[in-house]
Design a protein around this ligand. Structure first.
Ligand code: CAA
Length: 379
């Protein structure tokens, strides 16, 4: 693994940093308070190429490598974890899945507008009774010849209210268990498809999380992704890459909170000196810096392996498991270092602490990551 970033990677990192500071920072507190989606900002992210970063330019993408994606995700998440998850889902779950597994017609019709950021997408796997246990899909897609009839409910879908296209996982043949599951591209506005209630969340409140309701939605056969019965393997393959995105989001939340805590500790005085001169505070910052560096290395490792075409189930899961724990630990300590100021919204770290928690839950809980890692090392 090469630890030297290229000129191009450094430029992308700087562009994302500037964008986050200039465009995302100004109203991040208000968007969190009001649960307001960063519509204008996401549009600009699309124009910058941040929504289809790794997609081939012939399908509207920016054609970058996965390390650049980690760098950009960290910078966006440092300032606004809500904008970061919009970016992660569109890049890793929607665009990457379509680029790797969709037909040429599907890529031209759906991937191109998604990767260029003209529209955004959502990935609908989770259900009221199928979160971690993802093979227990209750949503059905009945084969009716030239179309499938889709029925069921999806829950906690990121970009649920703002997406134009949805990748929906559903059970076609329950007897075949996970081999009877399919993945479909569903368009917003199709008859029988309704966007349900918006969730009132602890964190990432600027992102848009909804349930989706499918009531006899006719999905043309050409909108199935891959062969009949490929849907579950599709979802697993896509989630392996998605975990790099969420690990990078967690890394960004952690490094954002660390930077604020470091700055505060260098200026705030107590007992006649800046608090960084008290070992109790300095050691917390030392732990944070070490853990963040380790999390970043795990993200880079998974990203490099992805670009090398290797199996990233283990490295993606390790990056997510570790980075999400670091995000939680770091943000809690950042609040602690800020004392009373840390508990009020103006200082940002309380939001980061709330935002961090979801990184241990979505795209596979920490417990699921341990299942994936332990199965891999036991092989
Ligand atoms: N990579 C590739 N394939 C995998 C895989 C992985 N990480 N994990 C499982 N598979 C494949 C297996 O090889 C197997 O395929 P074959 O039958 O062809 O060999 C198939 O999937 C079934 O695997 P298992 O028998 O191991 O299934 P299981 O039920 O015991 O466990 C699981 C599977 C790993 C627990 C899986 O259900 C899982 O990952 N659950 C978590 C689901 C998840 O991450 N949900 C996130 C929702 S999306 C989201 O949060 C997006 C958002 O909005 C931000």
């Amino acid at each position: 693994m090469d630890f030297n970033l290229s000129e191009e990677q450094l430029m992308i990192q700087q562009a994302a940093r500037d964008f986050a500071q200039n465009e995302l920072f100004p109203e991040v507190i208000e968007r969190d308070r009001d649960q307001k989606f960063p519509t204008e900002q996401v549009k600009k992210m699309g124009e910058m190429g941040l929504l289809g970063m790794m997609v081939d330019p012939k399908y509207g993408g920016a054609g970058m490598d996965s390390v650049s994606y980690v760098l950009a995700m960290e910078e966006i998440a440092k300032i606004d974890a809500s904008a970061a998850v919009v970016m992660s889902v569109n890049n890793s779950l929607v665009c990457a899945g379509l680029e790797k597994f969709a037909s040429e017609e599907q890529k031209v019709k759906y991937l191109t507008p998604l990767a260029s950021g003209k529209v955004i997408g959502a990935f609908a796997l989770s259900e009221p009774e199928a979160g971690s246990d993802a093979t227990s899909q209750k949503t059905t897609a009945e084969d009716k010849g030239d179309y499938y009839l889709l029925n069921g409910i999806k829950n906690w879908i990121t970009n649920g209210g703002t997406a134009s296209y949805y990748i929906v996982i559903a059970q076609t043949d329950p007897e075949k268990k996970h081999k009877g599951i399919n993945a479909f591209i569903v368009e917003r506005g199709w008859e029988g498809f309704e966007v349900g209630v918006k969730e009132d969340k602890l964190g990432i409140r600027g992102s848009d999380t909804h349930s989706l309701i499918f009531n006899n939605v006719k999905v043309p056969k050409e909108n199935r992704i891959g062969e009949d019965g490929f849907g579950f393997n599709f979802a697993m393959a896509v989630l392996n890459g998605g975990r790099i995105g969420i690990a990078s989001q967690a890394l960004g939340i952690a490094s954002g909170a660390y930077e604020l805590a470091l700055k505060y500790a260098k200026t705030r005085k107590a007992f006649k000196t800046e608090i960084i001169n008290h070992q109790a505070i300095a050691f917390k910052l030392a732990d944070m810096a070490t853990q963040i560096t380790a999390a970043r290395m795990l993200c880079f490792k998974a990203a490099c392996e992805k670009d090398a075409g290797k199996d990233i189930s283990e490295s993606g899961a390790m990056a997510k498991l570790y980075a999400s724990q670091v995000a939680m630990d770091t943000t809690i300590e950042a609040v602690q270092i800020h004392g009373g100021y840390g508990y009020v919204k103006e200082y940002h770290v309380e939001r980061m602490m709330r935002d961090a928690k979801i990184t241990q839950i979505y795209e596979g809980t920490s417990e699921i990551q341990k299942i994936v890692i332990s199965r891999s090392i036991a092989k």
